[in-house]
Design a protein around this ligand. Sequence first.
Ligand code: UD1
Length: 338
Amino acid sequence: MKKILVTGGAGYIGSHTCIDLLNNNMEVVIVDNFSNSNEKALDAIKKLTGKEFKFYKIDYTDKDEMEKVFLENDIDAVINFAGFKAVGESVKMPLEYYTNNVYGALVLLDLMRKHNVKKFVFSSSATVYGDPEKMPLTEDCKIGGTTNPYGTSKLMIEYILQDLYKSDNTWDIVILRYFNPVGAHESGLIGEVPKGTPNNLMPYISRVAAGKLKELSVFGNDYDTKDGTGIRDYIHVVDLAHAHLKALEKLNKEDSGIYIYNVGTGTGYSVFDMINAFEKANNVKIPYKVVSRRDGDLPVSYADTKKAKEELGFVATKNLEDMCKDEWNFQKNLNKED
Ligand code: UD1
């Protein structure tokens, strides 16, 4: 397998994955409309890998434009990162979310079928488990019960992929259920740049550290956890990116099938763990106040990582200190640009 189409390849997880693909001698074709990214990520990919790649600035929901990409390139597999991902925004803009995420995936899959490209890696989320039946979460836990259009769009696409495979078992699909991606490339050149005020914990913490936000609001300290705050499975984005390479290797060697993997570290950290780790790793202070719980938040969520380890050979290698240091390194570079 050589030529990989990466939709959303200039985005947070997409850009880190493109670096890994290029460093492993794959050819990369990136499609991105910069709706939540910019050219800088592409420059950084070039600089960090010393390799060239093809780039199309198009909206992946535009079928005619996307068709050209398939006609002009002999694509072997597709990784689809081109999704909207802000939970709160999805509640306000459901039509935009379902159009971009679900309709976009349909456009892509239809073109793939037409051009006989049947290897697909899909970015799903632990959010598809809804209210989890047990912890840690195994891939055979029930899915459903999502509480916002973002989560429901991921769930719908998982169902679509299952039905597609049932209808034609020459498809070869890996669904990766991400836990909580954090951190940035160790160069500090690429990372997550949320639009407006961040909703997720780690980007919020780094902006407080940078003095751009006054203090962190800790959403509840009355959960039934060791210190009362929510527990999550944070995974370094460079590790998460590498899971996609492992997924492609799997698609390359196995007979066709549809495979689902959790991508996390298997370790849960609380909000207070994250504050302490960030302060210690970077020698900064994170002022915070405890406020009431955020609607829709789970007390605890972390992955059982056994299946990914056994079947993909994927194990996260970076620890919490790496996540905090790399996040701050990237944030400091952003500060210089301001
Ligand atoms: C959130 C989304 C999830 C999505 C994921 C993407 C919600 C309800 N869930 O997950 O669907 O897949 O992002 O990364 O939005 N926290 C604070 N203060 C903050 C921000 C967060 O205390 O300012 C706490 C939260 O209560 C939670 C933990 O930090 O316990 C992690 O929050 P976050 O980074 O938003 O991720 P999730 O809620 O797991």
